[in-house]
Ligand binder design. Structure first.
Ligand code: FE2
Length: 385
């Protein structure tokens, strides 16, 4: 049956080696003069923020910097960033970094133009006013945050990750320069790259997938599965970095519209409670969740094996689907991503409450290709303990 679908993405996407040199032109397009950079201390230290600052100052802008973003940022950091924007009187936000910095930049932009505290906006479509003009420059090939209307923040009191979903979170411009990702350490390249691949896999197998999101997700799966090992093994390979950034962008565009599914639902409780990095948590959960989900859509799982470059000639759909799951398992092993939760302090007695946490992520479970029950969630966690 035909459904009505909406497809939304960032209106302007600038991509390619040296794209960051266009920053001043982009700020000028909006006739803005006062820029607040939102980032983390590592990117200030690496000199990446300084490069942007220099270009903006040369063009006559005043530049301010909020560099207190931390991994899995608590929502209070978004309020602090917004206060800095107000105090400085900045009229444009430039988010530079991984998903945490980009998400804080997005949320700060809407906090400046809306009156309520950040907790009011957790949920879907609860933000009344558009945010301040925002430009996002990712430095990891991972979250795809530059093309999603979603920001994930941590609530340390409730030990939960919470999302704000609003079209007002799309930035005005995404600026993707693979040179910004050259210095990423191998382990972060692996974890963030797997997160991007999982966005594509989950968008492709989501119940909300459309032919449009399928096209983006398939290309993302092909690009990332082909280049992630090179980017991991030889981080200075600019071509691999460029293909990874392109893959994470396409995966972001796909999942922004089709949604992600149970792998992310399993990753959130262990991320919030045991501080397992997002990409690692997703990678650990990927194979067992995919094995469970496979029966929900054998045809798509079989197609995924082909996108991963596996030979499926003469195989049945079910056999090819298993090859896809195995291919993901081999990839995570090649990238030296931890396989189990116990190394992060998770114990058997934690599983019932973690599984309950999964069942609370109804926004994502609604997209899952196979219905998941509490006992399934417990069993899946047990498989990777
Ligand atoms: Fe993710």
């Amino acid at each position: 049956m035909n459904k009505v679908n909406i497809f939304q993405t960032t209106p302007r996407i600038i991509m390619g080696t040296g794209a960051s040199n266009k920053i001043a032109d982009e700020v000028m397009r909006f006739s803005k003069k006062s820029v607040m950079i939102i980032t983390d201390p590592g990117l200030v230290q690496s000199g990446i923020c300084g490069r942007f600052e220099e270009l903006l100052i040369k063009a006559g802008c005043s530049v301010h910097c909020f560099d207190s973003v931390e991994p899995d940022p608590p929502f209070e950091i978004a309020s602090q960033a917004a206060q800095c924007v107000r105090d400085a009187g900045a009229d444009l936000i430039l988010g530079i970094g991984g998903g945490s910095s980009l998400d804080i930049a997005k949320v700060a932009s809407i906090l400046v133009t809306n009156t309520e505290p950040v907790s009011t906006y957790f949920g879907i479509d609860l933000v009344p006013n558009p945010g301040l003009t925002t430009i996002l420059a990712p430095t990891t090939a991972g979250t795809g945050s530059e093309v999603t209307p979603i920001a994930i923040l941590s609530d340390h009191h409730e030990k939960l990750k919470k999302g704000i979903v609003s079209p007002h979170l799309f930035p005005a411009v995404a600026l993707l320069d693979p040179e910004l990702t050259l210095g990423l350490p191998a382990a972060i390249t692996a974890a963030t790259g797997m997160d991007a691949l999982i966005h594509a896999v989950e968008a492709y197998t989501s119940k909300n997938a459309t032919s449009f999101t399928d096209m983006l997700a398939q290309e993302a799966m092909t690009l990332i599965s082909k280049h992630i090992r090179t980017a991991f093994a030889n981080g200075s390979n600019l071509e691999a970095r460029a293909k990874m950034l392109q893959g994470s962008l396409l995966a972001g565009m796909a999942f922004a519209n089709a949604g992600v599914t149970a792998v992310h639902a399993f990753a959130y409780p262990i991320g919030a409670e045991f501080h397992i990095p997002h990409g690692v948590a997703n990678s650990i959960m990927l194979a067992p969740v995919m094995e469970f989900n496979m029966l929900g859509n054998l045809t798509k799982f079989a197609h995924m094996a082909q996108a991963f470059g596996e030979n499926t000639l003469g195989l049945s759909e079910r056999q090819a689907a298993k090859v896809a799951v195995e291919s993901l398992r081999n990839l995570a092993a090649d990238l030296k991503i931890p396989k189990s939760l116990s190394g992060f302090g998770v114990k058997a007695e934690d599983i019932p409450s973690l599984a309950k946490g999964v069942m609370k992520v109804t926004r994502l479970l609604a997209n899952n290709p196979r219905e998941l029950k509490l006992e399934d969630a417990e069993e899946i966690y047990r498989q990777v303990l």
